[in-house]
Design a protein around this ligand. Sequence first.
Ligand SMILES: Cc1cc2nc3c(=O)[nH]c(=O)nc-3n(C[C@H](O)[C@H](O)[C@H](O)COP(=O)(O)O)c2cc1C
Length: 279
Amino acid sequence: MPLDNGVTPVNSSTKLDRRFSIAPMMEWTTSDYRVFVRTLSKNTLLYTEMVTTGALLQGNHPERFLRYDGCEHPIALQLGGSDAIALGKCAKMAEQAGFDEVNLNVGCPSDRVQNSLIGACLMAHPDKVKDAMRAMQDSCTIPVTIKHRIGLDDQEEYSVVRDFVGDIATTGVKTFIVHARNAILAGLSPKENREIPPLKYHYVHQLKKDFPELEIIINGGIKTVEECQEQLAHVDGVMVGREAYHNPWILSQVDNVLFGGQPLVHDRYRGARSFRSLC
Ligand SMILES: Cc1cc2nc3c(=O)[nH]c(=O)nc-3n(C[C@H](O)[C@H](O)[C@H](O)COP(=O)(O)O)c2cc1C
């Protein structure tokens, strides 16, 4: 769908450029927020909130989790689950619904999801993750990606994430989105798990050196477009979460500074008018 500013967002037939993306965030990266982002940046890759396989396969009206506006392309669906057969079915649903990518959440530390073997706890079960990634890739032709942490609890060594990535890559997955801190599975809330475990960007940079053939996307604590530029000297892409929600104006620089194109908006007033025209 063309926007008021005359720009048609990058569509699904174009190869995905993951230089800059907005992180999946429950209750934040909703369709209305994502449409708003499109008034500021056409190139940013958008992720949905996590949708569990249970919601898609057993819930009422699963189609509501797959709904988005055409202007949201390029857009990835993030799945939560651990059962390979269910994840395969959901990956197929993602493709049929027109998503440009399907991603597995292996980074969420919440107790609620751990009980269903969803999220970061899966880093302790690489064989399950591999089965899931194979099933997803076998069921669809869109890219299948994974978002994970650098380790669990007191696993401090770089070799933990190196071995995890090396193992999962044997399934053919090429894109790894790495939240550059550990997940502490007991004793910290999800919010604390985004703040307390220290960021170790150098681990993610080292992954790119050790696996140059893989696409490595860094996530965690990045707040400015200048910081994104610095990161892009080491990795293939940057994923920003909270700052893109709390301070969306930074997104107005992304198309120009990170993708080398024309900025969509030059001032906040026009940006706001462009959004209003969509509502
Ligand atoms: C409100 C909120 C909800 C989140 N929900 C998800 C989610 O559904 N799936 C996921 O992989 N990460 C989720 N995250 C984590 C973010 O994707 C991201 O990894 C984290 O916020 C670190 O990036 P940042 O420092 O740029 O915010 C969530 C974060 C926030 C703040």
